[in-house]
Design a protein around this ligand. Structure first.
Ligand code: NI
Length: 292
C-alpha cells in the first residue's frame, strides 16, 4: 500500500476484534487491537491455497488476506499436483509465489519421471523454493529410509537450481539435522518450528531461518515461546500453514492467510517490539531469503 493511500485513510482502522480480521471504521476502545490501516505488512511464507480446501472461495480468502496486511503469499507444494497448482496460482496472481516439492509422507512410490516433472516445475517463473521436504516420523505411513532418500534428493535439486529449501520436520529432529549438516544446506527455513531452544540453536548455526505458525499461540506451548524469545529477529519468518494450524482464537476453523496477524501479535509480544516493526522485519527477511 502506498504512503499516499495510508495517509488518506488514516482515520480507518484495522480491527482484530473477536469477530475476526476485519477492516472498517471501527469504534475506538479495543485497546491494542486498533492500528492505523496500512502500517501492517506481512508475508505468509507457507500457505496451501493450492489445496482443495480453498477451491470454492479463493478470491474471498485473498481479499481478506489483503485487508489483514498480507502483502504476499507463498503457496507450498506437497506433491506433484499441488506443486503444479501452486505454480499456476503464482502465474495468475501477482500476489502469490510458489514452491514445488514432495512432502515426506508422499514420497512412497516416486518414480524417476516424477523427479523430471518436479524439476521442470521448479524452473517455472515465481518458484521461490523447493519444499515442503523433510522427514515426518509422526505419520508413520512412509518408511524412514524412503523419506530420507527423497529428502536428500530434493535438497540436491534445490542446490542445483540455487533455491532455498522449506523443511518439514515432525518428530525427526536428529535425522533432519544430520541430513542438513551432511548436505551442507545453508539456505532455507525450518517451517512450523516445534522444537526447543537447543534445536533452534542448531538450526541457526547452519544459517537457516525459523518460521512460526499458529502453534506459537497455543496455551500449552510455553517451551516454543521460550525458544522464540531467543531467536534473532533477523532469522524469523511468519506463516500460517493454512488450512492447518489456526491460531488459538480460531481453533477448530479452517486457517487462512488473514489469520497470520494473531501469530504475529504473539511473536511481537514475545520479542517486546511493535506489531508493525515485527511485520517489517519478517517481511524483509522473507524477501531476502526467497528473493521476492
Ligand atoms: Ni505445510
Amino acid at each position: 500500500m502506498s504512503l499516499a493511500t495510508t495517509s488518506s485513510l488514516s482515520t480507518i482502522f484495522l480491527c482484530r476484534g473477536s469477530s475476526g480480521v476485519e477492516r472498517g471504521p471501527e469504534k475506538a476502545g479495543v485497546g491494542s487491537s486498533i492500528l492505523p490501516l496500512g502500517t501492517l505488512m506481512f508475508i505468509d511464507t507457507h500457505s496451501h491455497l493450492n489445496f482443495p480446501d480453498f477451491s470454492e472461495d479463493y478470491p474471498d480468502v485473498i481479499a481478506r488476506a489483503k485487508k489483514a496486511g498480507i502483502v504476499a503469499i507463498i503457496n507450498v507444494g506437497a506433491d506433484l499436483p499441488t506443486s503444479k497448482r501452486a505454480v499456476d496460482l503464482a502465474q495468475k496472481d501477482d500476489f502469490c509465489y510458489a514452491t514445488v516439492g514432495i512432502h515426506p509422507t508422499n514420497t512412497n512410490n516416486l518414480k524417476e519421471e516424477d523427479y523430471q516433472k518436479l524439476e521442470e516445475l521448479a524452473k517455472s517463473r515465481k518458484v521461490v523454493a523447493v519444499g515442503e521436504i523433510g522427514l515426518d516420523y509422526f505419520h508413520n505411513s512412509t518408511p524412514k529410509e524412503i523419506q530420507k532418500r527423497n529428502f536428500e534428493r530434493q535438497i540436491l535439486l534445490a542446490k542445483k537450481l540455487n533455491l532455498p529449501v522449506i523443511i518439514h520436520n515432525r518428530d525427526a529432529h536428529q535425522d533432519v539435522l544430520a541430513i542438513l549438516e551432511e548436505k551442507e544446506v545453508k539456505k532455507g527455513v525450518m517451517h512450523c518450528f516445534s522444537g526447543d531452544i537447543n534445536l533452534a540453536k542448531k538450526v541457526l548455526s547452519l544459517g537457516l531461518h525459523i518460521s512460526f505458525t499458529g502453534n506459537l499461540t497455543y496455551k500449552k506451548n510455553e517451551g516454543l515461546r521460550a525458544a522464540a524469545k531467543e531467536i534473532p529477529l533477523k532469522k524469523l519468518l511468519l506463516e500460517t500453514d493454512c488450512p492447518y494450524l489456526p491460531p488459538q482464537s480460531r481453533r477448530g476453523k479452517r486457517n487462512e492467510p488473514g489469520f497470520l496477524v494473531y501469530t504475529a501479535e504473539e511473536l511481537a509480544k514475545i520479542k517486546g517490539i511493535s506489531l508493525e516493526e515485527l511485520g517489517e522485519i519478517t517481511t524483509n527477511n522473507a524477501r531476502e531469503l526467497f528473493k521476492l
